[in-house]
Write a protein that binds this ligand. Structure first.
Ligand SMILES: [Zn+2]
Length: 465
């Protein structure tokens, strides 16, 4: 039996050393759809302690499932992906399912602890229609996390009905957040962010909210040994229309977990891993009543997130604006969107900031000292394609885009990494300004030394002629 925070931390460490074996191998990419989950849910059906129930359907008739596990006296509800483009926790929940089915003494110790003391009710992917489109909102265009009062969407009704029916003691509200936040002014992205949402505007802390804070306090104590300076807190502002705030108000000890970012981790494997660790830690703490001995210090030590990250920061650029020349940094983000034809995530990079970015950071940074930075140029071929210059030569002349109309995809491929403009309306000159596409070239007075194409840095010398 887990009795102290030290023995709890040890149990979770022992489990997490086996993460590579635990994690669900069928979920490797963040672009998961409802149909990816069905076989995984079906597979759980025959397993002892697992009970699967269809609890309703989305706007577009996709069934929403609840997986209930264990038979303990403390009901706990966990739900993920009420925002369709926030899949990390869904993946981590399937890691949790696998963790509870693995054999071996450490896993059996965990199952014993959790399933005898808790009844887990887990609803992965509350918004399957949004997940299909990789968008935040549901098929009605509603943000489910602003629908907890109005309850106009079937998905919101399902979630509220479950909370009313199951009367969970604890609730885990699982989200992703943009990868551009840092805990306070630390120079690292927040990998995980926590909040025990408030119950009104007054800041009072009823007992159920205090319990949620104590669980988070223990979590921070554990996680900070692994994710030092990468754990943040969400802003503590009451939002009556949000589920977390409503559930807290209804007396459910509600814990918000947001998966953020980490360097060189486009599939968010690291936030996913520490999400699982958070579930294991928090659930074990609740099962063993360990959280009741936690002070609130670990909660109040969390630093509130600030938006201080970009995907790419260009430092010390010389920028011409008509007759004026300035020195400035440029912050660029690669915004993700779904390519519905090929069902893959692509990005559209835009200039988010220009100016002094001291105290701000980039997942990737380059120094443009000594370079004049200009918007990329669009190459419009005049005659036969046979006469086109090599890509490297175009890059060295500052071109980042090429207009190729009515050409087969195979032909277009040879012009990568240039942006391909399909229609003449895409070929208008861009400018180096906020919200403009991130296509730039770096001129040293003689030649273009570097280009940024759709937010990606390209060295023209590295491109085959
Ligand atoms: Zn969200």
């Amino acid at each position: 039996m887990i009795q102290t925070s030290e023995s709890l931390n040890q149990l979770v460490d022992h489990l997490m050393q086996r993460f590579e074996n635990i994690r669900e191998p069928a979920l490797r990419h963040r672009l998961i759809s409802h149909s990816d989950l069905i076989p995984l849910i079906r597979r759980l059906e025959g397993i002892d302690d697992f009970r699967i129930e269809e609890i309703g359907k989305s706007v577009e008739d996709r069934p929403i499932y609840r997986i209930s596990i264990g038979s303990g006296p403390i009901p706990v509800m966990m739900w993920s992906q009420m925002h369709g483009d926030e899949p990390t926790a869904t993946m981590a929940l399937f890691d949790l399912f696998r963790c509870l089915t693995l054999r071996g003494s450490i896993f059996e110790e965990l199952s014993q602890l959790l399933l005898k003391n808790l009844t887990l009710h887990i609803i992965p992917m509350v918004n399957p229609d949004g997940a299909e489109r990789f968008q935040r909102r549901n098929a009605l265009g509603i943000d489910l996390n602003r629908d907890a009062l109005a309850l106009q969407s079937p998905e919101s009704q399902i979630l509220m009905n479950q909370a009313r029916k199951l009367k969970p003691k604890f609730g885990f509200n699982l989200h992703d957040q943009m990868r551009y936040y840092t805990p306070g002014t630390t120079p690292y992205p927040a990998a995980l962010t926590f909040l025990a949402p408030p119950v009104d505007h007054s800041g009072i802390i009823p007992q159920n909210r205090r319990y949620a804070m104590q669980v988070i306090s223990g979590l921070n104590g554990y996680l900070s040994r692994h994710l030092k300076d990468r754990i943040g807190s969400y802003k503590d502002e009451f939002e009556a229309r949000a589920f977390g705030d409503q559930f807290q108000k209804m007396g459910i000890s509600t814990i918000l977990i947001e998966s953020g970012g980490y360097e060189n981790d486009s599939e968010k494997l690291i936030p996913r891993k520490w999400n699982l660790a958070s579930y294991l830690h928090a659930l074990s703490s609740i099962a063993g009543h360990v959280y009741k001995n936690e002070s609130l210090d670990g909660y109040y030590n969390l630093r509130e997130n600030q938006r201080r990250y970009f995907d790419l920061v260009i430092r010390n650029a010389t920028i011409q604006h008509h007759d004026t020349e300035i020195q400035a940094d440029i912050g660029i983000n690669r915004n993700e969107k779904l390519d519905p034809h090929r069902r893959r995530l692509i990005h559209h990079a835009v200039i988010e900031d220009i100016g002094d970015l001291n105290g701000f950071y980039g997942y990737e940074e380059i120094d443009a000292k000594g370079f004049a930075v200009y918007p990329g140029k669009v190459y419009i071929p005049e005659e036969s394609f046979d006469a086109l210059p090599p890509v490297a030569n175009l890059l060295k002349k500052g071109y980042t885009n090429i207009y190729l109309n009515h050409e087969p995809d195979s032909f277009k491929e040879k012009w990568r990494p240039l942006n391909i403009c399909d229609s003449i309306s895409d070929t208008s000159e861009t400018s180096l300004a906020i919200n403009e596409p991130a296509n730039l070239h770096f001129f040293d007075g003689h030649t273009t030394r570097m280009v940024v194409i759709n937010g990606m840095v390209v060295d023209p010398d590295s491109v085959a002629v």
